[in-house]
Design a protein around this ligand. Sequence first.
Ligand SMILES: NC(=O)c1ccc[n+]([C@@H]2O[C@H](COP(=O)([O-])OP(=O)(O)OC[C@H]3O[C@@H](n4cnc5c(N)ncnc54)[C@H](O)[C@@H]3O)[C@@H](O)[C@H]2O)c1
Ligand SMILES: OC[C@@H](O)C(O)[C@H](O)CO
Length: 300
Amino acid sequence: MSDRDSLSARQLPFMTLSDGLPSSLTGPPPPLPHYLNAEGRALARFAVEGNAVVTGGAGTLALSAARALLEHGLANLVIFDLQSTIRASADALQAIKDDFSQSRILITAVDVTDAEAVDAAFTMVAGEIGTVDTLLCFAGIVGCVHAMEMTPTQWRKTLDVNTTGSFLCAQAAAKQMAKQGTGGSIMLTASISAHRVNFPQPQVAYNVSKAAIVALKSSLAAEWANHGIRVNSLSPGYMDTVLNAGEGLEEARRSWSNRNPMGRMGSLGELDGVVVLLCSRAGSYITGADFVVDGGATVF
Ligand SMILES: NC(=O)c1ccc[n+]([C@@H]2O[C@H](COP(=O)([O-])OP(=O)(O)OC[C@H]3O[C@@H](n4cnc5c(N)ncnc54)[C@H](O)[C@@H]3O)[C@@H](O)[C@H]2O)c1
Ligand SMILES: OC[C@@H](O)C(O)[C@H](O)CO
């Protein structure tokens, strides 16, 4: 017996029971459950059914998530965003239309802070595509301002878009889902900023707006479960998107990577697995949960 083997044996005395382990732990792995269809393509349990509304849908993370839903079977997609972003993202929006030409993809200018516009947009969606089965709330803004210098207008604007906007859209979607009687899935976007203070940038209003999202998803999950509506939130870490690529952020970006166990920011697409899970049958027992996807940033 080598030193190494004898050391393991001393450290792991209970492992000598291996002969008595059930065959499910020692034998060959069981055959795969029904994750693959006949062509080995679709992951049936992760299939996304019906139609989705995505707010802030012309933005970076939202567009990636919307693509993932379409790849997993989503029938039709409706994007809400500000007119200016829709214009600026014209190429990316055209690309998604071209790539998923069998689906209806509607793009409409909606400011999520405008309650009347939000209600009217959901009425339009119901009229145009029938049902709202999934809502992803991605619309959000961020500003780095020291707390002592922050104006009431800056504070209110951040909470208005990030928190109130998410509530208004969730409320309108839930009313529609309840009317349909078919339930649905709502995913709000929080952030690791909901769970711990960002470093090095000061962003008190953003942090508070995202912490409120985590509380919002719990309250809505509790109230709407009896309608078959599941409400969850996603808390991304630092993702390598335009939001985090502005001038003057070079040092911050270095620090975000250095303070991450994986040593890097998240790449586009690395949130999409959770989004698909939450919007598919595979997520049917998940509600009131927050999913932190941050490469381990919050372990420190
Ligand atoms: N990028 C990250 O590292 C990161 C990390 C954690 C959380 N998030 C959150 O993810 C979401 C998307 O971020 P992103 O990086 O894709 O940024 P992004 O700027 O590309 O997307 C945000 C989108 O929200 C839209 N929007 C802003 N105000 C709006 C309003 N009043 N009405 C409708 N739409 C509005 C913008 O036009 C934009 O398309 C945001 O909620 C953000 O806080 C991002
Ligand atoms: O906490 C990470 C994000 O919410 C966000 O991308 C960042 O804080 C913006 O500067």
